[in-house]
Design a protein around this ligand. Structure first.
Ligand SMILES: [Zn+2]
Length: 637
């Protein structure tokens, strides 16, 4: 049954983050990602003073508990002393500011009079300095609206900020980052929490994304766009789902989140019915290693052999609730396991809703229940590992279980590939900001705005509409060309070769992609190569069916000219007469088989014919010839 999101009070706000195609925001290093690890590594620890944090922020406290070491990979060609926090920042990148102003104007937002760079405290080590620099560029007015099919959504702020460092590895005691990404310019556009359905969220994201793309000044590819989604329902709590990269996942993520909150509320009500109170949930952790001395559970046995312990805690009245599914294929027990993983760095947990199983026997369970001791309605969670880690993990589980009495805790969550999410850390309080004293304020005067207005790119719908009209494309094809930033190259190729625009579009959008999927290095085939291929087709030197073959061949033999490649591939188109002769000889050679399998004759001949004619003639034409030939040669007699 579809959910009534209005009735559930679904509220969603988006924060769109987009990396810009210009050098870094506060130094002149190029915005280039490195594939490899850094040769030089820095090690830092973060010291938080109470005064810097004011009242203790739950997320800050979380990091304090973890007291982590941070390791940073440095790259000589894309890092300088600014990223290493050994030198003050340079002036704000002017090109980045111009792009930010352009986008503000395209979104009908009001640029501020003066830009103040601020420091926003970050505690996870994702910035070497312990803060992220951010600058408000424009504010929403009542004209700053994204129109969707189900109502309008207001835009609130547009900020220019520096990208964080890329996380390589994280454990509760250590986090490792690469500094190549740190400092890249990033624009964040935040909407009001006006979004009311999962589909509308996707629509808004897509529209904002298209505006960015029309500037042609944004980075492309995986990771260059990410959205944070703020979401809540009535009776639930606000979550921040951080870093969603694929727009098409947004509706699914939101549907899962609504289901998760609804189920957590249901669990809360069930616990109330069972009269479970917070004081019933004890912090006691029991060492049950002895019970598993002779266990057949490989997981537990391995931990004990490595010198670890097995600890257990009782969850009074929780029986049956841990196997409750709260997101697609994820139970409440899984939710508890993520707390154990994040806080205790253990691999996972076992709980009695899924036991006996995994090699743990009924007998062993009985012994544990006796030690704790627990009653019929209680559940037990078991964690194995080094004592300190296992203890932290189990305490985190108990803490999370207590939160279940209040329903939904506010969290920062990480999106997963299947559209579900996972606990990352408690939701931070409002960010604490301080002025960046190293950078003077920047005036946004009329001149700057006028300059940006003069250079304003057309709106996305205008660009797409033009493509449709001029080249007789479908709206979807035109939109895809634009979104993939292939519309310019498309127009140049069509202009130069005068071949069918639809053929050019489908080569750019489909053929290249499927070849890439099949391992062809399509990067070797640029605009020039494509123009040559289309010209060859226009001049009848190859059939259009041969395009994938030609591209694949050229990508592999970049030393060959197109003419040589066509010769080698034997793709010179042949005449109808030649094709007929080939088909006739196929029939002649196989006449006995064909007479026996008359009803399959066309199929058999077609298969053989395509082996010889693929790439030289349109498949539909071959089929017609085959059908004709079979009819006259077989049916006729
Ligand atoms: Zn730098």
């Amino acid at each position: 049954m579809p959910l009534d999101y209005a009735k559930l009070g679904l509220k969603v706000g988006l924060e769109w983050h987009q990396r810009l195609k210009t050098h870094k925001l506060f130094c002149n290093c190029p915005s280039k990602l490195k594939r490899e690890e850094g040769k030089v590594k820095l090690e830092r620890k973060l010291y938080l003073s109470e005064s810097e944090l004011g009242e203790i922020d739950p997320a800050a406290e979380f990091e304090k508990i973890r007291n982590r070491t941070f390791i940073y990979h440095v790259f000589r060609d894309v890092n300088c002393e600014v990223e290493a926090d050994e030198s003050p920042p340079l002036d704000l990148n002017k090109e980045a500011l111009e792009i930010a102003l352009t986008i503000s104007l395209m979104l009908n937002m009001q640029p501020v009079d003066e830009i103040h760079v601020m420091r926003k405290i970050v505690i996870d080590g994702s910035n070497t300095s312990g803060f992220q620099r951010t600058a408000l560029v424009a504010l929403g007015t009542n004209k700053s609206i994204v129109q969707t099919t189900s109502g309008s959504v207001k835009l609130e702020t547009l900020t220019l900020e520096e990208e964080s460092a890329f996380i390589v590895k994280t454990t509760p005691s250590l986090a490792e980052y690469k500094l190549d990404r740190l400092g890249m310019p990033l624009i964040e556009v935040a909407t009001a929490s006006d979004i009311k359905t999962p589909e509308q969220a996707r629509e808004v994201a897509e529209k904002i994304g298209m505006i960015f793309r029309s500037t042609r000044k944004v980075q492309r590819g995986l990771g260059t766009i990410r959205q944070d989604i703020n979401v809540s329902i009535k009776g639930g709590a606000r979550q921040e789902i951080k870093g969603v990269q694929k727009l098409e996942l947004i509706p699914l993520i939101l549907k899962n989140e609504v289901k998760r909150q609804l189920t957590l509320i249901k669990i809360k009500n069930e616990l109330k019915k069972r009269m479970v109170r917070e004081k019933d949930i004890k912090n006691n952790v029991y060492d049950v290693t002895e019970v598993f001395r002779e266990t057949h559970s490989r997981v537990l046995k391995k931990q004990v052999e490595k010198g670890g312990v097995i600890l257990a805690a009782m969850l009074p009245g929780f029986k049956g609730l841990l196997k409750q599914e709260i997101q697609t294929n994820k139970t409440f027990g899984y939710e508890l396991a993520t707390y154990a993983k994040v806080f205790g760095d253990v691999k996972g947990i076992f709980h009695t809703d899924e036991l006996p199983g995994y090699g743990v026997t009924e007998e062993e369970l009985k012994k544990i229940k006796k030690i704790l001791p627990c009653k019929e309605k209680d559940a037990v969670v078991i964690v194995a590992g080094k004592r300190e880690k296992a203890e932290k993990a189990l305490k985190a589980v108990i803490k999370r279980v207590k939160m279940a009495l209040n329903g939904v805790p506010s969290e920062s969550r990480r999106p997963l590939e299947d559209g579900t999410t996972e606990f990352m850390r408690p939701l931070p309080g409002p960010s604490r900001m301080y002025p960046e004293t190293d950078i003077p304020p920047i005036q946004i005067n009329e001149g700057l705005i006028k300059k940006a207005k003069r250079k304003l790119p057309p709106q996305p719908e205008e660009i797409i509409g033009q493509l449709v009209k001029k080249h007789n494309l479908t709206y979807e094809t035109a939109k895809e060309l634009f979104i993939e930033d292939k519309d310019k190259v498309f127009e140049e190729i069509v202009e130069e070769t005068k071949v069918d625009p639809k053929l050019v579009a489908s080569t750019l959008l489909n053929t290249l992609k499927s070849l890439k999927r099949n391992g062809v290095d399509v990067k070797k085939i640029g605009k020039k190569e494509l123009i040559d291929i289309f010209k060859a087709i226009r001049e009848g030197m190859a059939a259009k069916e041969a395009i994938p073959n030609i591209i694949a061949f050229l990508a592999q033999h970049s030393d060959l000219t197109l003419n040589k490649a066509l010769e080698k591939l034997d793709l010179v188109p042949i005449s109808m007469e030649e094709a007929r002769e080939i088909i006739d000889s196929i029939i002649k050679d196989n006449i006995h088989v064909l007479k026996r399998k008359r009803e399959k004759a066309v199929k058999i001949v077609m298969g053989e014919a395509m082996k010889k004619l693929r790439g030289k003639m349109d498949g539909k034409e071959v089929y017609e010839l085959v059908r004709e030939a079979v009819e006259s040669k077989l049916i006729g007699d």
